[in-house]
Design a protein. Sequence first.
Length: 242
Amino acid sequence: MFDFLRKKVVDNRFNKLDNSLTFTFSNIKNDIDTIKKWVIHLNKKSEEIDQYKQHLTLTKEDVKNLNLWITYLEGRHNDLHSYVLDLHKNDKELFERVQKLEEIKEKHEKIILNASELVKNSSFAGQGQLGTLQGTSKGQVEDKSLEKTPQETKVKTPKKLSILDKEAFTGAEMEILDILYSSDRPISYDKISKIVGKKEKSIRNLIYEIRRKGIDILTKPIGIRQKGFYLPQEEKIKVSGR
């Protein structure tokens, strides 16, 4: 009887122990599976961290290269800025020189016009002196001295003409005169060339010829690098004939 009870108690203990061991090993297995999953997860995270490190290293190199480029571009910008300032300074000096050359050219043109007038006047005066000498050789000094005033009037007559001799001008020159006569303000080489369809060089030559023929075309600055041409009122009266 006691042996049976003892055996039963032992069997119960063994069953409890077996169940306890089974439960324990089951938990251990679950823990091991969980640890495996965590190890796999951490390995993946470690690989991602390694990739991030590589990207970070590459990014640092790119930033370093960008800094070098920025430094280089700043140097180039400073060089270009200095170059532009030098160009602006040279351009200003060149513009001043061009203005001086234009003034010298205008003075030379006026000198040429004055010289041509002097040549004309000297030719008239030469004729008058020749007539006086001829009169003197014939003993007519007093008579020729009386004719001195008409001879002087003859010399000054071309300057007092108020009617333009259009036959002395070419068609292109008359076209330029018409433009200057119709314009209420100074007009540049460029605008005249666009109106008549000729090059600026041709316009310069035409204006020079018109001046040489006695028309006083004046100039006036109309921009930083431009000058305008216009006819004064007395010249417009001469051109229009009224």
